[in-house]
Design a binder for this molecule. Structure first.
Ligand SMILES: Nc1ncnc2c1ncn2[C@@H]1O[C@H](COP(=O)(O)OP(=O)(O)OP(=O)(O)O)[C@@H](O)[C@H]1O
Ligand SMILES: [Mg+2]
Length: 443
């Protein structure tokens, strides 16, 4: 066809009498494909007859490849944003389902329908997991990196992991280092581990071995690395498959079994944490996923933090819930009211300011949705803080740009976050914690 291309070029030059540029698809001598532009310049005599042709070819493969990469990553960004938006709305709905089923469960006593509610709750929790996965993937989840010991995380998850993989797969854990401190978001690392272990399980339908190994790598130059390896004795992967495993929505699993977001999520999380992933695998030879993180040197900030004591609130604390979604607002008010707090509601930042200015008895806590029409949660909080510097604020958010958090007043003792969907227990504990902190001044 390239000969055809050239003939067409020549015809076009002689009839249209001008410079012609064409995109050509050529094959190199080493059999690789090349995208090129061919330029043909014609020389004409005084009668307008074509007497000479000059050809030139420029290889634009590299440029084309970059263009494709760019358009792909833009596409991915759009998909991510869409996924994040959908997950955000879903989270709101799931929070409502979770909350009301919990209220029902606590108040129903012993009825034959209790199990039905348990099932509703279980389904809602599953939905929440999927939404969370989408949020991680689209990077819209609030990240709260802290310094954790990877060994602790793995040990904490062991029981759940064993349950997930079933009985015909053995799980071995090996720690070849004394400590494995890394700066990551704990929830995210749990998700990474779960995705890798689930993939390993799926690669061993007839059973096998999963090995979790933590070791330290001290390179001659550069920072020491903490390495987490997940090894399985499963099917392994061909080179072709391996090339695509981190692509979002790439899955070899039958319909309905895999969404193909598992490893894309892992990739997003690990590179977000400054880590690297290395995959070794061959058909029939099993797979090794090794994650390396820069070793953190600081001492973990909340090592072995004791659980907050759960004492009853003294019934007099006043809370203002500012949230534009009516269902969620009512739900929060209901849960907190149920736990003995006095709760007022506002549907946006302006209404919140009015409520705060009008009240005779000061509020003990403001619960603020991050994203609202009109004033955002952050703007509202700034206005509130100006007037009442000691007022605790609890932000709730389904998804939030990291930057919003980073620019917010994250580090002060009076500010806290909770992410949707939360269950009533988490909400109540968090509120309790903040108010204790305010009253007792304990940090
Ligand atoms: N340990 C493994 N052994 C063999 N193949 C694997 C392994 N891990 C991943 N793969 C391959 O990579 C593909 C993509 O994995 P990924 O976790 O992203 O998606 P998934 O498991 O198919 O679906 P999801 O995790 O969203 O439920 C899998 O479908 C599988 O073909
Ligand atoms: Mg998976």
């Amino acid at each position: 066809t390239s000969v055809e291309d050239w003939k067409n070029l020549v015809t076009m030059v002689s009839t249209e009498k001008k410079l012609v540029q064409h995109e050509l698809h050529l094959i190199n001598s080493d059999n690789t494909a090349v995208t090129a532009t061919g330029t043909v310049t014609g020389k004409f005599n005084r009668k307008g007859k074509l007497v000479d042709l000059q050809f030139s070819v420029a290889d634009i493969s590299h440029r084309r490849r970059l263009e494709n990469e760019l358009s792909n990553s833009l596409k991915m960004e759009a998909v991510g944003r869409l996924a994040g938006g959908v997950a955000h709305d879903f989270n709101n709905i799931i929070a409502v389902i979770l909350g009301y089923s919990e209220i029902l469960m606590e108040n129903l006593g012993n009825t034959p329908f209790k199990n039905d509610i348990v099932e509703i709750r279980r389904a809602a929790e599953k939905a929440a997991d999927i939404a969370k996965q989408l949020l991680y993937f689209s990077r819209k989840q609030v990240e709260r990196p802290s310094i954790i010991n990877l060994m602790d995380s793995i040990q904490e998850m062991e029981k759940m992991l064993r349950r997930l993989i079933g009985e015909n797969i053995q799980l071995f854990m090996e720690f070849n280092t004394k400590e494995a401190f890394v700066a990551v978001d704990k929830g995210q690392i749990e998700q990474v581990l779960m995705n890798l272990v689930l993939n390993a399980r799926d690669a061993m339908p007839r059973g096998g071995i999963i090995r979790l190994l933590i070791r330290e790598d001290k390179p001659e130059t550069g920072q020491p690395q903490v390495i987490l390896e997940v090894t399985d004795s499963g099917t392994g992967m061909s080179e072709e498959i391996k090339e695509h495993i981190f692509d979002p929505f790439f899955s070899t699993k039958e319909n309905g079994k895999g969404t193909g977001l598992g490893l894309a999520t892992v990739d997003t999380i690990i590179s977000g944490a400054g880590g690297k992933i290395n995959v070794q695998s061959a058909p029939g030879k099993g797979s090794v996923f090794s994650l390396s993180f820069p070793k953190a040197t600081a001492i973990p900030d909340h090592m072995g933090k004791a659980a907050a004591p759960v004492s009853k609130p003294n019934m007099t604390e006043r809370i203002l819930v500012v949230e534009d979604d009516k269902n969620i607002r009512l739900l929060i008010a209901k849960i907190l009211g149920y736990h003995g707090y006095e709760v007022s509601q506002a549907e946006d930042g302006n209404a919140a300011m009015k409520a705060v200015n009008a009240t005779e008895k000061e509020f003990d806590l403001i619960i603020l949705d991050m994203i609202m029409p009109g004033m955002t949660g952050k703007e509202t909080s700034e206005l509130l803080r100006k007037r009442y510097p000691g007022l605790p604020i609890l932000f709730i958010s389904g998804y939030t740009d990291d930057t919003l958090i980073k620019n917010g007043c994250k580090n002060d003792k009076l500010t806290d976050f909770i992410t949707k969907p939360f269950d009533s227990d988490t909400l109540q504990k968090k509120v309790h914690e903040i108010i204790e902190r305010k009253n007792g001044g304990a940090s």
